[in-house]
Design a protein around this ligand. Structure first.
Ligand code: UDP
Length: 329
């Protein structure tokens, strides 16, 4: 059993990771300021509403519970917003995470799992993308996360920080039990928008560009089920407490699907056609993002189990049907 502090544990990926940790019998403490997370998504009794930059609160949590490791999700994560307000992203993500890391090290916590992103790669030179690919973000969101990875490297050198950065590709789906799922305001992600269209909450799903250099002209992404992603955090945590090497790990499946393929599979899952509209390209979207995703598998035995498109869409559909307006608290 480990004692783990999960920042952002009221969010989409955070709540699924808390669920997985609890299943393994770990003691889980959530710290979340509920700026975008939901109280109803917090699955542990140990919940603190507060900010990662609140040094006194973080120190108190560490001492009171005997925290051994931190899984850090709390962050701003909207690419478009980051283009409009880059300063906000560097303060909220990079600045506050530096403060958090300092508080952790000062209080003797040296195991750190960081929620990173494929956005650190920018427009990749080669697909699938390996961890050794050039880091060249094209938006402040990706840059703010890439900077945190560098900070971790320096803190490893200075203080012996044990860390890994999980670079997520496209997190999707929901817990098969239907008690937690994806609920963002505003919603910008493809799968929830498709399913909200199927529920009649939107008139159609806009497809951002059909002139990419891909088979059907729409963008290709590597969709990873949020429960597989959660499991990757658990495996990374257990590994870090033993001999898992520090550094970045891609978390994807290694397989890509186009926007059209996702919509077609959604139509099969929901059992009806879904209205579509062609729109221009969205700024900053690379044609293809697919992970070379074997580093964590080779080191820990982690393997995606629920990331076929059908399972992703049917678990997400179950969540949206049961919670058509998301969380109630
Ligand atoms: N996408 C789309 N219409 C939408 C939202 C997304 O066509 O309303 C496309 C987007 O261009 C990308 C893919 O769906 O190729 C996944 O986008 P999402 O925002 O879900 O994740 P991202 O890849 O930006 O992390």
């Amino acid at each position: 059993m480990s004692v783990v502090l999960v920042t952002g544990g009221a969010g989409y990926i955070g709540s699924h990771t808390v669920d997985a940790l609890l299943t393994y019998g770990d003691q889980v403490i959530v710290l979340d300021n509920l700026s975008t997370g939901h109280r109803g998504a917090v699955l542990t009794e140990h919940f603190y509403e507060g900010d990662i930059s609140d040094r006194e609160l973080v120190a108190e949590i560490i001492q009171k519970h005997g925290v051994e490791a931190v899984i850090h999700f709390a962050a701003k994560s909207l690419v478009g917003e980051s283009m409009q307000k880059p300063d906000l992203y560097f303060i909220e993500n990079t600045g506050k995470t530096s403060q958090l890391l300092q508080t952790l090290v000062e209080n003797g916590v040296k195991n750190f799992i960081f929620s990173s992103t494929a956005a650190v790669y920018g427009i990749p030179e080669d697909v699938p993308i390996a961890e050794s690919a050039t880091i060249s973000p094209i938006n402040p969101y990706g840059e703010s996360k890439a900077m945190i990875e560098s900070i971790c490297q320096w803190m490893e050198q200075a203080y012996g920080l044990r860390w890994c950065a999980l670079r997520y590709f496209n997190a999707a789906g929901a817990h098969p039990q239907g008690h937690i799922g994806e609920d963002h305001t505003p919603e910008t992600h493809l799968i929830p928008l498709i399913l909200q269209t199927a529920l009649g909450q939107r008139r159609n799903i806009g497809i951002f560009g059909e002139d990419y250099n891909t088979e059907d002209g729409t963008c290709i992404r590597d969709y990873i089920h949020v429960c597989d992603l959660a499991e990757a955090h658990v495996k990374a945590l257990k590994g870090l407490l033993q001999d898992l090497p520090n550094g970045p790990y891609n978390i994807g499946t290694g397989f890509g699907f186009s926007v059209r393929e996702v919509i077609q599979t959604a139509e099969i899952v929901v059992g009806s056609s879904i209205a579509q509209q062609m729109l221009p390209r969205r700024e900053g979207d690379p044609a293809q993002l697919v992970a070379q995703a074997n580093r964590l598998s080779e080191a820990t035995g982690w393997k995606p189990k629920m990331s076929d498109l059908q399972t992703i869409l049917s678990t997400a559909w179950n969540w949206h049907n049961r919670h058509p307006h998301g969380y109630t608290e």
